[in-house]
Design a protein around this ligand. Sequence first.
Ligand code: CUA
Length: 179
Amino acid sequence: MAITPPSERIWWKEPIARVELWWILVAFLWGLFMFFMMIYWHGAGKQNLSSEAYRTTPEIFMAKTQAMVDQHTVRNESGFAVVRPPPDSDVYLIARLWQWWPSLELEKDKSYRLHLASMDWQHGFSLQPVNINLSVHPGYEMVLTITPDVAGEYTVVCNEFCGIGHHLMLGKIYVVDET
Ligand code: CUA
C-alpha cells in the first residue's frame, strides 16, 4: 500500500504480471470447483438441505400454527407454549419480532414436516448446536422433512439482523427419547 501517488501516472495500462494472471486463474478454477461441490454436497454431505418453499400469508400461517398450539400444547414455560405434535404431522414454527413461537418437543427418530414462515420481515433460522441454517421470509413457508436423531435441547437463534431485539430472538426445540 502506498500513501503517495504511483510514480507512473498512467499505471493502469501496465500489462498484468504473470504471477497475478496465475492467481486469477487459480481463483477462477477454485470458484468453479466449489460451485460443483455445492451440487455434490446436496446429495453426499449434510449441507444444502432439501427444502421446499410455498407461498403463504401471515394470516394463513398464523391460523395453522394456532390450531397446532391449541391441539398439542403439553406445558408452558414462562408463558411460552411447548407443543408436542404427533410424529409425521405438520409442525409450524413462526418467526416474528422478536421470537420463535411456539417451543417444540419432538420425538427422537420420528419424522416431521417442519414449516417455517415469518410474520413480518426476514429472519434467519439457525438451529444450534447442529448449525442448520435457513432464511425465513414473510409470504413464503419453507418446509423441511426432519428426523431428529440425537436427543437433547436445541436452540433456534436468529441469524439475520432484524432490528433492536435481534439478539433476543431465541427459540427452543426439545428432542426426547421415548425408548
Ligand atoms: Cu429475527 Cu434477527
